[in-house]
Design a protein around this ligand. Structure first.
Ligand code: PAF
Length: 279
């Protein structure tokens, strides 16, 4: 596995693979890799000949008072993990490589970027879509793979890719969980030992809400019940049951449901979701 820090070095390697007819799968990350990321890498290996992973902590997707400066930087550990998983190329660029013209962006996400996480983190999804657009421009993969844990992000990246990169096949993979149900996330490292014992309750509440939905509870009833339960341990940011394809209200035409939530425990913000067929 070679680590590339410049566009030139990465592209000359990728171009030589492409000229040999090899398909390239791309897994963008911000590092701090865990089994969730590695499951995307392993999935990528089933789908393509060469696997490229990027590790880039993207400044434009962090708000002013967010954790950009504290975000775990574990490049050596990430490299060791990616070597174990036998990827072909790691792209670990500087901010200047990604944004040579500065951090401003012309790409604006649709109104789906203003709700849920977008309401609490204004501009966050503009930054996510900006960096993924730039990374796609550089890597030009055949396939790109994202996790479903960041479900709203997945939808917005899919919208952007459909418009600007229709030739790239976007694939997603389910959330990977710890044994007690906690969704894997780089930010779980911020949790104290006591907080770590509490956080699995989030997934239990999601499972209960899904069961309530399947038992024909009204959306308003099941989300209020979930918020009440969660507020015993967390500060609830949002808890919503929506149409999974549009992130709008569930209608008779809805085929897939997304129950999505975000909570704070101390200063740590956690998100999770469950996606299932309406049945
Ligand atoms: O999900 C992430 O890790 C990031 O938002 C992404 C997609 C790599 C863009 O920085």
């Amino acid at each position: 596995m070679k680590t590339h820090t410049t566009i030139q070095s990465l592209q000359s390697t990728i171009d030589s693979w492409r000229s040999q007819g090899q398909r390239i799968a791309f897994v963008p990350t911000m590092g701090g890799l865990h089994d969730g990321h590695l499951s995307l890498v392993d999935f990528a290996k089933q789908k393509a000949d060469k696997i490229v992973v990027s590790v880039f902590v993207n400044p434009t997707q962090f708000g002013k008072n967010e954790d950009f400066d504290q975000y775990p930087n574990k490049l050596e550990q990430d490299i060791a993990l990616l070597e174990q998983h036998q990827i072909d190329g790691l792209y670990s660029p500087s901010v200047e490589q990604i944004y040579p013209q500065g951090l401003d962006s012309d790409i604006k996400v649709s109104e789906v970027g203003d709700i849920l996480c977008g309401a609490s983190r204004p501009g966050h999804f503009d930054g996510v879509v900006q960096v993924v657009h730039r990374l796609f421009e550089i890597v030009k993969p055949s396939i790109a793979i994202f996790g479903q844990k960041d479900y709203q992000q997945l939808l917005l990246i899919t919208q952007m890719a459909t418009q600007y990169f229709p030739e790239i096949e976007l694939l997603s993979q389910p959330t990977i969980r710890e044994q007690d149900g906690l969704a894997m996330s780089t930010r779980n490292q911020y949790l104290s030992i006591d907080e770590r014992k509490i956080v699995p309750r989030l997934y239990q509440v999601l499972l209960q809400a899904k069961q309530d939905y399947l038992d024909n509870a009204l959306v308003e009833v099941l989300t209020n019940r979930a918020k009440n339960t969660l507020s015993e341990d967390f500060k609830v940011d949002y808890f919503e049951a929506l149409d999974a394809n549009t992130l709008k209200q569930i209608t008779d035409n809805t085929s897939k449901i997304a129950i999505l939530c975000s909570v704070y425990l101390g200063s740590t913000r956690l998100i999770d979701n469950i996606i299932f067929n309406k049945g």
